[in-house]
Design a protein around this ligand. Sequence first.
Ligand code: ADP
Ligand code: DP6
Ligand code: CO
Length: 356
Amino acid sequence: MADSTKVYRASTTAPVNIAVVKYWGKRDTKLNLPTNSSLSVTLSQADLRTLTTASCSASYSDGDNLTLNGEASDVSGARTQACFRELRTLRASAELADPSLPKLSQMPLRIASENNFPTAAGLASSAAGFAALVRAIANLYELRESPTELSIIARQGSGSACRSLFGGYVAWRMGSLADGSDSLAVQLAEASHWPEMRALILIVSTAKKGVSSTSGMQQTVATSGLFKERISAVVPSHMDAMEEAIDQKDFAKFADVAMRDSNSFHATCADTYPPIFYMNDVSRAAIRAVELVNREAGRTVAAYTFDAGPNAVIYHLEKDKDLILGAFKSVVGGVDGWKAEDTEDAATAEASKIST
Ligand code: ADP
Ligand code: DP6
Ligand code: CO
């Protein structure tokens, strides 16, 4: 006899990932299929992470709900619904195969999620957020699907989220099938492949961005001519070069491609009509600081990249840490919120079991 008051619960954390070849553009807005492949580095969860608890119970009478940073958040959006639906379908087939399993797929879900960093400010909150949501529910349902299979579901929540299911260096292959079953994330290399890699995060603003990534990229696809060149020529060559740079642990090449790709992405934003500006004066000062430190060092020691927001991520190697910190202190004075991040394997994220 099923206990109708029993609450099943699982928690997980998920890391942020910062793309060095950016996803920007959807070819299918319903399934969240991208116009180009992308590549990212997953950051350590020691500083930036989402913590999500998923629970379900036959006693929950208010339907599915989600709290984000302590406030009620809408779950009726098509993308959250797609994640819930796909995960429930997988659980329902497991329940069909083993009738002794409790019918969790039929119970309302409660999701409580906290980001310990600014939400919707260009620091990939949607990536960590949807990766954590999908993994928490997958843990709750005791699903056996691989991270790549879960990446197909997380992608439907937020494109960049598919890459946060892995640590280290991750590619999102755009795929070509209409149903999206080959638009998924794969790990190219573990963080331990290049253990000297670091990311310094310059929090320029914690404010919510004026144009969300979802809306911004749709405006770009609809109005930018430069965007066509980006997806047909620029990104394919950046993907190849970046994969080689990572494979060869060639920091100068990694940095060159990362900076060019960030510039190319922000150029398509400026070419969107009306134009979208995510970077501000402090962001541009950070770019100049990187140029200066590289010139003074006589070699490439730092690479900047900016997502859809003003906050800078500076990739560098551990051995150059003091040089980088010094360069930024003197050039971008008075900005708070410095955080030194290590890269780390996301596979170490805690996976809880169902409990009462
Ligand atoms: P960002 O640059 O931070 O990824 P986006 O515009 O891509 O910004 O997405 C921000 C949106 O992602 C938020 O408004 C919210 O809807 C969703 N989001 C952020 N964090 C979470 C979370 N922890 N759980 C669920 N959804 C989240
Ligand atoms: C600039 O994944 O946030 O950070 O799929 O609409 O949720 P949606 O967009 P999102 O876009 C991320 C854009 C980017 C580049 C990247 O992370 O690859
Ligand atoms: Co996002």
